[in-house]
Ligand binder design. Structure first.
Ligand SMILES: [Zn+2]
Length: 199
């Protein structure tokens, strides 16, 4: 336990995901020993991200304007929407260069244990996007774990009766894992080999 400002910093860092007490302490002392201009840059980056970045009003991806770069891109297909849990999954899929459609970021996955149901996700916004009938295929790219599978099943049951082709990324992705940790080649293959979901 440290005094005042040092302990405050350790406490704040310790609230970050994946940062335990030891890491928080190590980072705090790294900052303490850094040059003032380096620390200012870090503080500025933290403030700027909250000031400038918001969520795309169409797809829910992080964006610096009302619509994100992908939603604004007229060269991409409007017929296919790839549904993912988080913005970081959009980045992972974009890296594969396999997909030229649009995205929809749910903001999580269905998890009864954590009290997260469909109403807590951006499902209603997805349905709104389907209203004009332009979309023909939904690719469900939720994580290959329990919550991701539950979300995929829920969405497939809802979307298939609407006459949409609903596909899921092919196997080969590490089961129980996070989409973002799959390497580009594996994720790219899973994309190319996506299969229709039977419900
Ligand atoms: Zn968008």
């Amino acid at each position: 336990m440290y005094e005042g400002a040092v302990q405050d910093l350790i406490d704040e860092l310790g609230r970050l995901p994946g940062v335990g007490p030891k890491s928080a302490q190590r980072i705090a002392f790294f900052i303490l020993q850094s040059e003032p201009e380096d620390v200012s840059r870090l503080a500025e980056a933290l403030n700027e991200v909250k000031r400038r970045v918001r969520f795309c009003e169409v797809c829910g991806n992080v964006s610096e304007s009302e619509k994100c770069r992908i939603c604004m891109d007229s060269k991409r297909s409007d017929e296919v929407i790839c549904v993912v849990e988080e913005s970081k999954d959009v980045v992972a899929i974009e890296r594969t260069r396999e997909f030229r459609g649009r995205y929809h970021v749910l903001g999580g996955a269905i998890s009864p244990i954590d009290g997260v149901g469909p109403d807590d996700l951006r499902v209603r916004e997805l349905l709104t996007r389907l209203a004009d009938g332009e979309v023909t295929e939904i690719i469900i790219a939720t994580d290959p774990n329990l919550e991701g599978e539950a979300t995929a099943t829920y969405l497939a049951r809802m979307l298939k009766p609407m006459g949409l082709t609903v596909t899921r990324l092919a196997s080969g992705l590490p089961v129980g894992g996070d989409l973002e940790y799959a390497d580009e080649v594996t994720l790219g293959r899973a994309f190319a080999g996506r299969r229709q979901l039977d419900i």
